[in-house]
Write a protein that binds this ligand. Structure first.
Ligand code: SF4
Length: 301
């Protein structure tokens, strides 16, 4: 991968943004296995052709800073920032445990995240699939190394949280740190998940690049939706922000007073990761097909 610096940022910023102290051990990491297989393999294969501007990497600073703090905060009877390993399909799989309390067998993976991921969890109760994969993977690693896990969490610092917004809108996360309980998959299901991911990584590059497509969840798909908004300030009515069809929005609109001049606004869906975060979309057949008129699993319009 090559770096550019199109905003001519001072050298120390460039060095800070390029700095990576990731201590790779073993064949695969739990974090790597939880990433979309197609994206990870394309990143490896296309590494020499990928150009990234350092300005686009500023978002990683929050996460790195938290982990640096974590190493220095005192924690009694806790496994902190320790890498554990196991063997799956003759491959060494490792993972660094952020925080595991020995006295109550509580595991936490600590992250920087967007407030929108937490808002979705608040609204739907659904935890991001990658987060579930990671936490269950870490619990599996702990078990393999002699530690039971009674509860598992993602502890997320919300990098785009706004105090003003939280005060204005009670449906947004009210605290900049979110503690998210993660459901257990069970030992067998977690082993099956890890084994399948190791198998895909081991075999896919040798199968003429018949890469497994990224799922809607992995693409961070946002479906097209209709909102009923007040004409005066363009904000959606309470309960009027997420309609899957125009007809449903129309029905809702008919309950609103005419004097507000409510209007229906269509918000086009997209695969957010593909469009804004994936470094390999230029080499991705799935992305190419979806953007040349084929739907190929891309349901957002
Ligand atoms: S462009 Fe989208 S579908 Fe293709 S690898 Fe990236 S995230 Fe997956």
């Amino acid at each position: 991968m090559h770096y550019t610096n199109k905003y001519n940022l001072p050298e120390w910023w460039v060095n800070a943004l390029k700095f990576d102290d990731y201590d790779k051990e073993g064949d695969y990491s739990i974090t790597g296995l939880a990433q979309p297989v197609q994206m990870t393999i394309l990143e490896e294969l296309c590494d020499d052709d990928i150009y990234v501007d350092v300005s686009e990497m500023a978002y990683i600073l929050g996460g790195r800073a938290i982990h640096m703090y974590l190493e220095h905060v005192e924690a009694k009877d806790t496994i902190r920032e320790r890498r554990l390993k196991t063997v799956i399909r003759n491959r060494t799989v490792t993972g660094k445990i952020d925080d595991y309390r020995l006295w109550d067998e509580r595991l936490s993976d600590i992250k920087a995240a967007s407030k929108w991921v937490i808002k979705r969890w608040q609204d739907t109760g659904r935890v991001k699939e990658e987060w579930e994969g990671q936490d269950n993977g870490y619990s599996f690693l702990l078990k393999e190394n002699g530690y039971n896990t009674k509860s598992q969490f993602i502890e997320a610092w919300l990098r785009d949280w706004s105090m003003m917004e939280a005060a204005r809108d009670p449906s947004m996360p009210q605290c900049q740190i979110a503690i998210v309980p993660v459901p257990f998959w069970g030992e067998e299901a977690t082993y099956d998940y890890l084994e399948r991911r190791v198998y895909l990584h081991d075999t896919t590059p040798h199968r003429n690049l018949n890469l497994p497509h990224c799922t809607a969840e992995e693409r961070w798909e946002r479906l097209t939706e209709w909102k009923v908004k007040k004409a005066a300030n363009k904000t959606a009515y309470r309960g009027g922000a997420h309609f899957e069809t125009e007809k449903a929005a129309q029905t809702f609109l008919e309950t609103k007073p005419i004097k507000d001049k409510p209007e229906i606004v269509k918000h086009l869906g997209e695969s957010v990761r593909c469009e804004h975060w994936c470094r390999v979309k230029a080499w991705c057949c799935q992305y190419e097909i979806a953007n040349s008129g084929g739907n190929d699993g891309f349901n957002g319009e």
